[in-house]
Structure formats: C-alpha cells, structure tokens
Design a binder for this molecule. Structure first.
Ligand SMILES: [Zn+2]
Length: 373
C-alpha cells in the first residue's frame, strides 16, 4: 500500500478519535444535559409534564423553543386549538399574560394584532377585553390615538362616516363629540402663568381668578393690554403692516373674566344662548382672558377686516408670532364662527409651525403638543 496514503488515513483516524473523545467529555460534564441530543432542555420540568399530559410532547419539541408556549404550559392555560397562533405571539412580561392572549384569540384577534396590543396597549388591555373585536391596527399610525377614548371614536365614526379615522381621533380628543362643556379641563393659575402656548377653547377653561401678571399697555391705547411678549410682537406686526400698506387697529385685547361675563351675558340676552355660543366665549373660556389674544379691524368704523387685510394676516401674522385663530371653514372644529379679526399669540416658532400645518390650533395642540400620559 502507498505509504503516504497509510499516513493520511492514520491522521484522519486520530483526528476522529480526538473529536469523539472531546465530544463525549463535553457531554458528560455538561450538567442536566441529557445524552439524547434530540431532547429539548429549554422547557422547565413543569412545562414538560404538562406537555405530556396534553399529548403535545412531540409536537412542541419538534419546534423551536417559545417562551409564550412555556408560560401558557406553566399556567395550565395552553389550548391545543390555538397552538399555531401561540407560536407567532411574542412573550411580554404582563400580569395574566396567558389569560389575556387566550381571550384575545377567542375574540378573533390575529397574532399581528395581539403583538401590537401586548406592546402598545399594555396596561389598558381590559378595555379591549370588555368589547367586541375591533380593527385595532387601523389606529397603529395615529400618534394621538388614546385607547381611553376608544368607545367615543367608534360612536363618532358611526355618525360621521365621511371622516377618516385620524380625523375622528383628533376631533374626539378635542371634545367635538361632546354636547356642551361637560368635561372641560380646568387649568391652574400657575400652569397658565408659565405657558404662552396654552390651549383655551370650549373644553379647556381658565381659572375664574386668572389674571396675567405681565400685562403691558399697547402704544395705540394705554387702556389696551396684552402680556408683555405678545404686546411687543403686536407692535412689530402693526409696523410691518404699515410698511406694506396694510393698516389695522386693535380694538379688543386683554379682557378680564368679569368683562367677558358682561359681554357674554349681553349677547345671550340679545340673541339667546345657542346663538351667543357661536360667536362669544363663555367667561373662563376666552383667549382674551389669557392676555395673548387681540381683535383687529381695518378701520375705526367697522368691527371687521377687509378681505385684503385678512389675506395679509393669514400670510404674515405668524412671522410675528400670531395665528388667525378662527379661520374660515373651520367652525366645525373651533366651534366658533369665522373670526378673521381674532389673533392669538403663540410665539414665532410655534405660530410658524401651526401656520405651516394648515391645522387649527385645537387640532395642532392635540396631535403635536399634548403630553403623553
Ligand atoms: Zn377675539
């Protein structure tokens, strides 16, 4: 026989022997590891015995380990008919995990929906468990979706089938599905003092005794007040208008709670509550009480802006920190008739963003500024 071949075969045999020895030692000294290589050791003994009792030992062990399966087994909650779905569900550390996924599957949620629910709805899953199946993934990309408002979204959507879901969510969050002012948020005085961006509308009320602490007079009339920053910005806006031939005058800046009461009650006496509510804020619900809103007019003889003035205001006021708060075509959101003359100060940065978004401040605030719970 060829000598080289003999040596070669000998080397192969030695290598094989060393390999077998190493593998054997490795196996022997690996504690708890059964010699049978097919055996899955990842499952706990408890799980293994439940598996056997369900006659699923082979089935489960022929698949990769699943923490979800193990937890179900340990809680004695595994249902054979759901086995394939369980494998697609990622385990999440939640109380009653087993019971929750069984209930969701029973309600016909699929694994993708369940994974979404387990990750994003977490603490509020009970809301879903207490209702029929809904298309939860339809809300997936709606950033201001609030599970606590779910039943309101569904009711509002049913009545307003022409709105898309994102609109439904925003409108309900604003409070547009409510009648009257039943559940408004009342701000504390402290919060208001520190915040130029505060939202005031029919659902967000100022404290009765709130008076801004930095009111200053406008140069046009020493009895007209705005908060300092808004007043300065208003002077700049007025000056910019003059340079472009657009002259306008302030006629209603800061108003106290008491002044607003007198005004509102006068309108109610004249036109009735329903009508007054469309154009005058109830006391406590007016931006004028913030010292950050001012009404402007084109001449001292009229309470309005000419269309040209209004256009200019829409295109330019944000550069000085003001938005037209109740624009045309948005009554169904702002809950006020169009008021081209009513400007709200937000600061240049925010006013620019709101202007560019094309949204009302009510919508913008809900979508982009509400602090997440
Ligand atoms: Zn106004």
């Amino acid at each position: 026989m060829n000598k080289k071949l003999t040596i070669f075969i000998s080397i192969i045999i030695v290598i094989l022997l060393i390999g077998i020895t190493v593998l054997t030692i490795f196996k022997i000294y690996k504690p708890n590891k059964p010699l049978n290589a097919e055996s899955p050791s990842a499952y706990s003994d408890n799980s293994l015995s439940v598996m056997k009792s369900l006659d699923l030992y082979e089935t489960i062990n022929n698949k990769a380990y699943s923490k979800t399966i193990e937890v179900l087994l340990e809680n004695n909650a595994l249902k054979k008919e759901y086995l394939n779905i369980y494998y697609e569900i990622d385990y999440v550390d939640l109380n009653n995990f087993s019971s929750i996924i069984n209930q969701l599957i029973a309600k016909t949620y699929n694994s993708e929906e369940i994974n979404y629910i387990l990750t994003y709805i977490k603490d509020d899953i009970n809301i879903l468990l207490n209702m029929e199946y809904i298309d939860i993934l339809a809300f997936k990309n709606i950033t201001n979706f609030d599970i606590n408002n779910l039943d309101r979204y569904l009711a509002y959507q049913e009545k307003n089938t022409d709105y898309d879901l994102a609109t439904v969510v925003t409108y309900v969050n604003i409070g547009l599905d409510k009648e009257g002012y039943s559940e408004y948020t009342e701000y504390t005085t402290e919060e208001v003092n520190n915040d130029l961006t505060i939202l005031v509308n029919k659902y967000h009320k100022l404290p009765d005794d709130y008076v801004p602490n930095d009111l200053v007079s406008l140069s046009y009339n020493e009895n007209y007040y705005l908060r300092q920053q808004a007043a300065q910005a208003f002077e700049s806006l007025t000056a910019a208008g003059i340079l472009e031939g657009v002259i306008f005058y302030p006629f209603s800046p800061y108003r106290s709670f008491e002044t607003q009461s007198v005004l509102y009650n006068r309108y109610v006496a004249r036109d009735g509550i329903a009508s007054a509510d469309t154009y005058s804020a109830r006391p406590g619900f007016s931006e004028h009480q913030l010292g950050l809103a001012v009404d402007v007019r084109s001449s001292n003889l009229s309470d309005n802006l000419t269309p040209e003035h209004y256009e200019w205001m829409l295109d330019n006021s944000y550069k000085y920190g003001f938005i037209v708060r109740y624009p045309k075509g948005k009554q169904h959101i702002t809950q006020f008739i169009e008021e081209p003359w009513h400007l709200r100060y937000l600061g240049i940065e925010l006013a620019t963003k709101v202007h560019d978004s094309g949204l009302t401040y009510d919508e913008y605030y809900d979508i982009y500024m509400k602090t997440q719970d």
